[in-house]
Design a protein around this ligand. Structure first.
Ligand code: 2HG
Ligand code: ZN
Length: 445
């Protein structure tokens, strides 16, 4: 790649062997071999990259730690991958402003730990939280179990610094929750999957660290009995910090082939609920909760030690990798339906011509519907099955993705099923903010 030879402050990789790992993320999508991978270390490197991309007609694909689930960071044809792992910057916590600033390269694990060291909490907790980079979570607007109470990444972003098509870095937002001088342009970049520019750093909102947890295992014999619970709990004034579930098929598989902790899990189906409000372990709180949950549960268990709590979470956290290992070609979805429509959703799913298993974030309606036999299903049929699943989801006021994004994996369905006005608006924004089409071409739209 001759034209990248004089790029300042950047490592440039062009060996096929070095490029191979960039062809994939954690989705089932595979990319095309990029022209090169660049690891920029300064604004000057980015400025020159943007200039070259326009002059030579190649696209730029942003990459954090490659843990995405929708193919947002896999290269399309004639692109250079911009790997932000060497992007410089300090991680700084400001307890007085209840915020933290960090570069895109910061591991999310370190972001969360830095907040905790000051008695503060950064809630977004995607399953990859121990291995992903902050930049990727910003680009994809990552979620996780805690979204049930705390929302997703965008709800914790105060400001972003981003590379725009002029080749310069620009900052949107300030270190305060109140910033109302014009529309929140930074929010347009969060979750944009790099369509309008690349986020290189951010200032994140923090909140006091919860220190009291009630973690409950709620087994049921008829798993549909779980489906009204998220709505009923919220209606009664209880907001869990997480409300996860395993349907009977996932639970049976975990119990039969999972780790030691999974073998002891009770019930035919199971929910894991966690509360983190002050007082959530008091008799008064738990008593009220039992009145609500008791009639549904077949023997509720409350984790009695931090060790037991961590054991429960370890099982939940390994479920995605565990299923992937057992069904390497499975396709996993990330749909959302409103809490109040969960029962209708699963009744509708049963009527569809597809065989699926589900687990995930029941408390906010974000369901990981998995088609385990996708590898053996004829591609046209698989596509039809996924479209049926998406149509059912949309008919109930839901959406195609709650936390993983659209990327390449869901682009065609997104284009086919979205309101045409939404797609027109997105295309107009793309044209205005990236007229040369250099940022993450071929993704989302
Ligand atoms: C989870 O909740 C992750 O475990 C991954 O979002 C889900 O693999 C998946 O589809
Ligand atoms: Zn998830």
């Amino acid at each position: 790649m001759d034209f990248l030879r004089n790029l300042p402050d950047a490592a440039v990789l062009t060996d096929r062997e070095a490029l191979e790992p960039y062809l994939r993320d954690e989705s089932h999508v595979r990319g095309s071999l990029p022209l090169a991978v660049v690891r920029p270390r300064s604004a000057a490197a980015l400025k020159e990259l943007v200039r070259l991309a326009k002059a030579e007609g190649f696209g730029l694909v942003p990459r954090g730690a490659g843990t995405g689930k929708a193919g947002g960071c896999v290269p399309t044809a004639r692109t250079v991958v911009v790997d932000f792992s060497a992007w410089p910057g300090d991680l700084r916590v400001s307890p007085q402003d209840l915020c933290l600033s960090a570069p895109a390269s910061a591991p999310l694990r370190e972001v969360k730990a830095a907040a905790e060291a000051q008695g503060l909490f950064y809630p977004p907790d995607p399953n990859s939280w121990e291995s992903c980079a902050l930049g990727g979570t910003l680009a994809t607007n990552a979620g996780g179990p805690n979204a049930c109470k705390y929302g997703v990444t965008r709800h914790w972003v105060l400001s972003v610094e981003a590379l725009l098509e002029d080749g310069d870095l620009h900052t949107f937002g300030i270190s305060s929750l109140k910033a109302n001088a014009g529309p929140a342009l930074g929010q347009l970049l969060v979750g944009s999957e790099g369509l309008f520019g690349f986020i290189v750093g951010a200032t994140l909102r923090l909140t006091p660290l919860p220190r009291e947890f009630a973690t409950l295992l709620l087994p049921v014999t008829r798993w549909e009995d779980l489906l009204d619970l998220p709505g009923r709990l919220c209606g009664a004034g209880y907001l869990p910090s997480a409300f996860e579930f395993f349907d009977p098929a996932v639970l049976a598989e975990l119990r039969a082939h999972g780790p030691e902790e999974a073998r002891r899990l009770p019930g035919e189906a199971l929910a894991v609920l966690e509360f983190d409000d002050r007082g959530c372990t008091s008799e008064a709180f738990l008593g009220g909760l039992m009145d609500l949950l008791g009639p549904v549960a077949e023997g509720l268990e409350i984790a009695s030690s931090e060790r037991q709590r961590q054991g429960i979470w370890a099982v939940r956290r390994m479920t995605s990798a565990f299923l992937k290992e057992r069904h390497p070609k499975k396709v996993s979805e990330d749909i959302v339906v409103p809490r109040s429509r969960l029962r209708e959703f699963f009744a509708g799913l049963e009527r569809l011509d597809l065989s699926s298993v589900s687990y995930g974030h029941l408390g906010d309606g974000n369901l990981h519907v998995n088609l385990l036999a996708a590898g053996e299903t004829e591609p046209a049929l698989l596509e039809r099955q996924l479209m049926d699943l998406f149509r059912l989801t949309l008919s109930l006021g839901g959406t195609l993705s709650g936390e993983h994004g659209i990327g390449l994996a869901k682009r065609d369905a997104f284009l086919a099923l979205s309101d045409p006005g939404q797609i027109r608006a997105l295309r107009a924004l793309k044209q205005a903010l990236d007229p040369s089409g250099i940022f993450n071409p071929g993704k989302v739209i």
